[in-house]
Ligand binder design. Structure first.
Ligand SMILES: C[S@@+](CC[C@H](N)C(=O)[O-])C[C@H]1O[C@@H](n2cnc3c(N)ncnc32)[C@H](O)[C@@H]1O
Length: 257
């Protein structure tokens, strides 16, 4: 992996057990500094890095798990190349594009695309999210069932600047973006897990700035996932829109697949 220290945007306070050397090493790598009053705690539970919100101990912790759980279930039963995200990135026509996921988050969308054959480079700017993603990749790489293709198809680059990263990335067919959108109803709609994640990451208020560098990087198209009520990213009308129940995929076509 590239030098994390030069690429993550921010140094973030977390609480963690400083007598746990592997935890301390992770925090060091991701510039997470110990603060006894921090809102979030990182722990290791069953070989998994987990994020907890200390003032809401009843909320389930957040971790990245590509091997079991919801994303693994979706890989096996989730509709394959017929699902909307696959159509949006252009998998439908038999192509298997190379993808940069410019807002990787917990890597769920990236994993769907990788499991369908795409080579996906994930970019994530938040160091805690980066640490969780890296930990999820570590376990996935070691897994007997998915490890081999995960190692060849899915990787993580910490950072936030698509134009800077452009130098190191070539032949990218699709840039996929799913920036955090300010939620309309904070109490009811947001699932518990998402509440922890949202309070960690916050709203990506600079999301509009992503479209221009994404268009420069992608050879074929940029795909933007938005809630159905959200305005277009940077006010730019997409070439085509694929709607799902609560979201839509705005597709900005540069060239045919
Ligand atoms: C809504 S989440 C993405 C969820 C993801 N699609 C998934 O399936 O798990 C948005 C993520 O994008 C990251 N992000 C937002 N703007 C970014 C930028 N300019 N560069 C890198 N990461 C960014 C945020 O830190 C956050 O983790």
């Amino acid at each position: 992996m590239r030098d994390i220290v030069t690429l993550v945007d921010q140094s973030v306070p977390v609480f963690f057990n400083r007598h746990f050397p592997s935890l301390e090493a992770i925090c060091d790598r991701w510039q997470l500094y110990f603060d006894k009053n921090a809102q979030f705690e990182l722990v290791f539970e069953q070989n998994t890095l987990v994020l907890l919100k200390r003032d809401e101990p009843k909320l389930t912790g957040i971790s990245v798990d590509f091997v079991s759980g919801a994303v693994a279930h979706r890989r096996k039963f989730g509709g394959g190349r017929g699902q909307s995200i696959a159509k949006a990135v252009g998998l439908k026509n038999g192509m298997t594009p190379t993808v940069v996921d410019g807002t990787a988050g917990l890597g769920r969308d990236a994993f769907v695309l990788a499991s369908l054959g795409c080579h996906v480079t994930m970019i994530e700017r938040h160091p805690v999210v980066g640490a969780l993603l890296e930990d999820g990749l570590r376990r996935a790489y070691e897994d007997a069932e998915i490890g081999e293709w995960m190692q060849s198809r899915m990787r993580l680059l910490p950072g936030s600047n698509l134009s800077q990263l452009q130098q190191g990335l070539s032949d990218i067919d699709v840039v996929y973006l799913d920036p955090m959108y300010p939620h309309r109803d904070k109490s009811a709609l947001v699932k518990k897990e998402m509440r922890v994640f949202q309070s960690l990451v916050g709203a990506d208020l600079d999301a509009d700035d992503l479209l221009t560098p994404a268009m420069a990087l992608a050879n074929k198209r940029v795909v933007v996932k938005r809630p159905d009520y959200a305005e277009n990213l940077n006010g730019v009308k997409p070439s085509t829109v694929i709607k799902t129940k609560k979201n839509r995929f705005d597709v900005y076509v540069k060239a045919a697949m």
